[in-house]
Design a protein. Structure first.
Lengths: 153, 153, 153, 153, 153, 153
C-alpha cells in the first residue's frame, strides 16, 4: 500500500502518534496537520488555510488539527485512495473549489489524470451526469494549469 | 492494481470491449453489466435490479447497461478504489441504502472493514460529522449481517 | 391545456381571484388552498395537513394559503405539468414521501403511470441513477396501493 | 430579549397583526414585509427584491408578503436568533449569497462578528469543515466591506 | 401533445428505435443523441459537450448516447413537459448553469417565458424561496440574452 | 444570556480551557466533551455515541473531543442559540434524526417548544415548505415523547 507521505514525514508522524494519547496536545496535532498539508501540497503551506488564521482562528485550527492532523494522517487508508474518495465526495455534493484543491493534491502524490477522470465518470451514477460534467470542467481547468506550470518559459 | 473482476469475467469483458464500438449493442452492454454485478455480488443477480425490470424496464436497462456495463466495467480504476469512492459519494449525499449495497460489494471484492471505516471518517470533512455517524450506523448493520452469515448454525 | 381543477372549482377560484388584491385575505387564500387540495386529492382533505393544524398552525396556514392557495392555484401552468415538475423536484432532492403524495395527486388529475415513470427516468441525468432507483421504488409502492384500491372485494 | 425591530416598526406591526385575520390582505402583508426589510436593511429596500418585481412579480410578492411579512415578522423568536439560525441554514445548504445577505442583516440588528463566526464553526458538525470554510470566506468579504464603509474618506 | 422534435427528426428516431435492440449500437445511440441536441439547440451542437470530447470522451459519450440518445429521445413524455421537469430538478438542486441551458432549450421548442416562471414559483415549495430567487436571477439573464439576440442591429 | 452549561460544568470547563494550549490533550478534550453532553442530555451519556465507541472509535472520539469538546464547548455563543442554529441546519439539510436529538437537547437547556416551532417556520424560506413539514412531524414526535415522560403512572 503506497503511503500518502514521504518516508521522512511518515516517520515523524509515527513518532508523534506513538506518544501516549494524553500527550496528543493541540500543538502536536497541528504539527502533524502541517506535515500532512506540506506532503500533499508540494512542500508548501495551503494559502486558503493561511488566510483563515487571522479572522477564523478556530476554523483554521479545526482544519489543521482535526481534518489534516487527525483524519488525513490516519494510517489505515493509503493517500491515493483517500484523495480519490475525497474527490468523489466533493464532486457529488457540488463543492467544486474543494474538489479542485483535493484533485491537485491527488496529482501531487502520484494519482494520474486518468484515475481522476474515472472517479468523475463514476459520479454520474450517485450524483447525475450534470454533476459529473460540472466536475469535469473544473478538472480540465486544473489539468491546464498544471500543463502551464510544466511549460518552459 | 488489483482487478475488481475475477480472471474469467475480466477475460470475458476484454473480449466484448475489444469489439468495434459499432458492435457495442445494448445486448452486449447488458451482458457486460450482468458480469459486473455477479462479480460484485458473489455470483448473484442484484435483487433490487431484478424487481425494477417489470415496472421500470428502462431504468433497469440504464442501471445494467450504463451504470454497470459502461461505467463500472471501465478498466482505468481498480474495483476496490471505485467501490471506496462510491461509498464516499453515497455517504456524503446521504444515500445510505445505496451506500450499504456498495459497501457490501466492497467487502465482497476484498476491501476490509477497516478501509470502509476510514472512508467514513474522511467523510466528516466534506459532509459533516453527522453524515459520518449516520453512515457508520448503516455500516455497523452490514458488518453484523456479515458476521451472522459466517456463524455456524 | 387540461385544467388541474374541476370546472366548479375553477369557477370558484376565478371568482375569488377576480376580487381586488386588497380583498385577498388569509381567509380567502385558505379557501382557495382548500379547493386546490380537494381537487388534487379526490375531494378529500390532506391528512398530514390536518394533523399539522394543532401543533404547527402557522405551517398549516403556510401550506394551505401560500403553497396551495397562492402557488398551486396559479393559472399559468396546467396542473399536469405542475405535478410532473413537482415530482421531478422532490425526486431529485430525495424528498420521497412528498414525491409519493404529489405523484398520487398527479394520478388523480389524469397523469398516467407512464408519464410519471418518464419523469423518473429523466431524473437520472440531473440527480443520478441511484436517486431515480429510490424514486422508482416509492412509485411502485404507490402504483400497487392504487391497484389494491381498484380491486373488487 | 432584543427585538429585531425598532420600537416604531414593532408598534406598527402589532397594530396590523391585531386586526382580524380576515383583514390580513396581501396589501397588509406586503406592508409588514416592507417594514421588516427596512428594519433589517438599515432603512433601505432590498435591491435584489426590487429587481425581481418586474419579471417575477409573484416571487417578489412571495418574498415580501410571505417570507418577510408572515415568517420574519413573527413575534415568537427574537430577530438575532432568527438571523443566526438563517445563517446556519444557508451555510449548511451552500447558499452563500443568501448567507451573506442574512449575515449582513444580522450585523445591522446588533449581532456581533464573533457570534456569526461561532455559527460557522458549529456548521462543521452538521455540514462539514469544507462548507464552513466556504462560508468563512464569504463572511470575511462581508466584514471587509463593512470596514470599508466605516473608513473616513 | 406537442412533440419535442421536428417531424423529420421524429421520423428519423422512429426508424432507429424500431430497429431490434441488438442493433442499438453506441453509434446509433450517439446519432440519436445528436439529433436530439440539434432539435433542442436550434440546429447547433452543444458547445460544452463539444469541449468535453477531447479530455472526457467517455463523459461526452454518456451525455450524448445515454442522456440525450436514450433518455431525452424517449417518446413517452412530450418535450415541453420534459424540459419543464428538468428545469424544476436543476433549480431545486441548485445546479443553475444546467438550469439555464435547459431553460434555453425549453424556449427553443416553444415553452413560454411565463411557463418557465411558473415552474420557478412552484420551486419555492419543495426547495425554498431562496432557491427560487437564485433561479429567477439566472432566468432573467437568459431572457435578456434572448431579447438581445432578437434586437435588430 | 443563559449559559448552556450548569455553573459547575461551566467552572470545570473554564479551568480546563485556561490551561495552556499545549496541555489540551485528547484526554482533556474528551472530558470537556463528556461534560457538554451530560449538560445537554440531562446528566446522561448519549446512547448513539456510546454504541459507536466499539466499532468506530475514531468517530466517537471526533464526536466527543472535536464536536462536543471543541465546538460545542466554545463560550462565544450561548447554548440556546447554538441549539436553535443546529436545529435549523439539520432541518434544512434533511438530517431529521439529528434534528430530533438536538431539539431534545434544546428543550433540556430551556428552549421552549414555541421557539423550536419558529425555527421550523423559518426553514420554509431557505429550504422549502416540504422540508419544514417533514421537520415538524419529527418535532411533534419529540414533543409527544416528552409529554409521555411527564405523565404520572
Amino acid at each position: 500500500m503506497q503511503s500518502m507521505l514521504t518516508p521522512i514525514t511518515a516517520a515523524l508522524i509515527a513518532v508523534i502518534t506513538a506518544a501516549p494519547a494524553v500527550a496528543q496536545s493541540v500543538e502536536e496535532r497541528l504539527k502533524r496537520g502541517d506535515a500532512v498539508i506540506r506532503d500533499l501540497n508540494r512542500g508548501q503551506p495551503q494559502p486558503a488555510l493561511e488566510r483563515m488564521r487571522q479572522e477564523f482562528p478556530f476554523l483554521a485550527e479545526a482544519t489543521e488539527a482535526y481534518a489534516l492532523g487527525d483524519v488525513w494522517a490516519r494510517p489505515g487508508l493509503d493517500g491515493r485512495t483517500r484523495q480519490l474518495a475525497a474527490v468523489a465526495a466533493f464532486a457529488a455534493t457540488g463543492q467544486l473549489p474543494f474538489m479542485k484543491v483535493h484533485a491537485g493534491y491527488a496529482l501531487n502524490i502520484g494519482v494520474s489524470e486518468e484515475e481522476l477522470k474515472e472517479v468523475i465518470y463514476m459520479i454520474t451514477v450517485p450524483a447525475g451526469i450534470s454533476r459529473a460534467i460540472a466536475a469535469s470542467q473544473v478538472l480540465s481547468e486544473l489539468f491546464a494549469e498544471r500543463r502551464d506550470e510544466r511549460r518552459p518559459r
